[in-house]
Each structure stands twice: as structure tokens, then as C-alpha cells.
Design a protein. Structure first.
Length: 163
């Protein structure tokens, strides 16, 4: 399997929505509760500073994606935020790391100085391990900051890296 990371195109939106919605439905990583459809997905991705997709060059299948956008406005708009999603069929193959590394490049190219994650769920150990491997610094823990699908609350761990 050969994976490339590239900018998304309109032809990718259906696959991106499926991957994104699968994670939203799991209810243990993304804060969103609403699913994306053809129209809302297109609007969502177009509203980002940059969206990258991981494509299997052999099958042309989209295996993952990320979104990149400002974390805040005005005097804090130099701080970016991002979210990553890898298809369940392709997890554990290094695609998430490829997405994060590409996102770091795109964040710099788009003028951001810092990349911050506001709400990494404490139990999302794969993501946390990856971020720490890549040099992200955990800012602390926000107790019960994330509402899980089952109605319980889990801690979140904000992270950042200087670009």
C-alpha cells in the first residue's frame, strides 16, 4: 500500500464524510454531534484553512483526512487547530502520523506559529502517544471536559507545538 497526503478535492467529500461521520458516531474523540451530509460536508471543508486527505495510490481510496483552521480570532489567530481522522480499516499503519506531519507543514505555509489541540480525550492513547512522539507538549488536564457517547464524562488533555 502506498499512501500520499494531498489537498482534498470535491470528488473526495463523500469518502471524507464517511470517515468523519464514523468517528462522530463513535462518540469518543470528536466534540461534534452532527453528522455531515453532501451539502454540510462541502461547506465544512470549504470553511477550513486547509484540508488534507490520505489517498491509497493503488486503490485510489481515501484512508484519512485532516482539517486545519485558526484556533481563535484576532490577536490569537496565529494559533492553529486541527482534527485528524483515519478510516477504521486503515488504523495502525502510520497514516495518522503522515497526516499530522503534513498538517505541521501546511500550518507553517499558512502563516500559523503554533498548533494547539483543545480537547484530546485522555483515553485516546494512540493520538496522545503520537502527538508526544512528534514533540507536542501537554498543557494539563481538564477534568470531565468531554461528554462521551454513553453519557459519562472523560478528561481532556490540551496539547500544543511551536511551528
Amino acid at each position: 500500500m502506498s499512501i500520499i497526503i494531498r489537498a482534498y478535492g470535491d470528488e473526495d467529500i463523500a469518502d471524507m464524510n464517511k470517515i468523519w461521520n464514523d468517528i462522530v458516531k463513535q462518540g469518543n474523540a470528536f466534540p461534534q454531534t452532527e453528522l455531515l451530509d453532501e451539502v454540510s460536508g462541502k461547506d465544512f471543508y470549504e470553511s477550513q484553512t486547509y484540508c488534507g486527505v490520505a489517498e491509497n495510490t493503488e486503490s485510489k481510496e481515501i484512508t484519512g483526512l485532516y482539517i486545519l483552521h485558526p484556533n481563535n480570532v484576532g490577536r490569537c489567530s496565529h494559533i492553529a487547530n486541527a482534527s485528524y481522522a483515519v478510516s477504521g480499516d486503515f488504523r495502525g499503519r502510520g497514516i495518522g502520523e503522515m497526516l499530522v506531519k503534513d498538517c505541521l507543514i501546511q500550518a507553517k505555509l499558512n502563516g500559523f506559529k503554533i498548533l494547539q489541540f483543545n480537547a484530546v480525550v485522555k483515553t485516546n492513547t494512540a493520538a496522545r502517544k503520537l502527538y508526544e512522539k512528534l514533540g507536542f507538549i501537554q498543557l494539563g488536564t481538564i477534568k470531565q471536559g468531554f461528554l462521551m457517547k454513553d453519557g459519562s464524562y472523560e478528561d481532556i488533555c490540551p496539547y500544543y507545538i511551536t511551528l
